[in-house]
Design a protein around this ligand. Structure first.
Ligand code: ZN
Length: 218
């Protein structure tokens, strides 16, 4: 009896849009909300030491809520949407490489507070949509940095300097194509520091992509 009831419920259950609660599309994001997202043109956003950095869309209302709820409010199911939006943008870039996805790591201290690194979840969701693999262990955060958004540029640079290192146990051939992924980028200094860390260790085939950017003018 319970089984039949469950089955019936699953048939009539319609997933409302996470953002506007509309039940029109039976999707985590409805078409109306998806169309509000401002995707960036398929072009390089920044470049550091020859490494191309991309940003998929603008950091406006829907993306803000998506990142905040996924990162701080335990809404892990949003990792799939985060990855899907990245995937939609990546398709426009026509990447040729079979990348190893490297999520930007968090420090042990942050992991204790938040219980998980949301970018790791996104990496595994992105893997499902592509033929890429994931290496969440090669890059480690050795410095517990302060939150970047309320700091000035010079303070941010100082704050993030030497924050990363490579794990000795996670050796990969240095010609492995790496795709570093993050949620937000503005001046790109987190990516820049990570790129430096990989370059120092001989890795040259690197691309970086962030879901969102709060500014396109800086
Ligand atoms: Zn909606």
């Amino acid at each position: 009896m319970i089984k039949i009831l469950e089955k019936l419920l699953s048939i009539i259950y319609i997933q409302p849009c996470y953002f506007c609660k509309s039940i029109k599309d039976d999707n985590i994001i409805c078409k109306k909300c998806y169309n509000k997202i401002h995707f960036m043109p398929p072009a390089v956003f920044r470049e550091f030491s020859g490494v191309k950095v991309y940003a998929c869309c603008l950091y406006d209302d829907i993306i803000k809520q998506l990142i905040k709820d996924l990162k701080y409010n335990g809404k892990k199911k949003l990792a799939a949407l985060h990855a899907k939006l990245m995937f939609d943008y990546i398709q426009e870039l026509h990447f040729k490489e079979k990348y190893v996805i490297v999520p930007v790591p968090i420090s042990n201290q942050r992991r204790k507070e938040r219980k998980y690194n949301h970018m790791e979840l996104v990496a595994y969701e992105l893997k499902k949509l592509t033929d890429y693999t994931v290496n969440k262990d090669i890059l480690i955060r050795i410095k517990d940095t302060q939150k970047q958004y309320n700091l000035h540029k010079q303070e941010r640079i100082k704050n993030i300097k030497n924050a990363f290192s490579l794990s000795e146990n996670a050796g990969m051939p240095i010609d492995t194509p790496l795709l570093i992924i993050d949620d937000i980028t503005s001046t790109g200094i987190t990516f820049e520091e990570i790129i430096k860390t990989f370059h120092k260790n001989g890795y040259k085939n690197i691309t970086a992509i962030s879901l969102a950017t709060p500014d396109i003018w800086n």
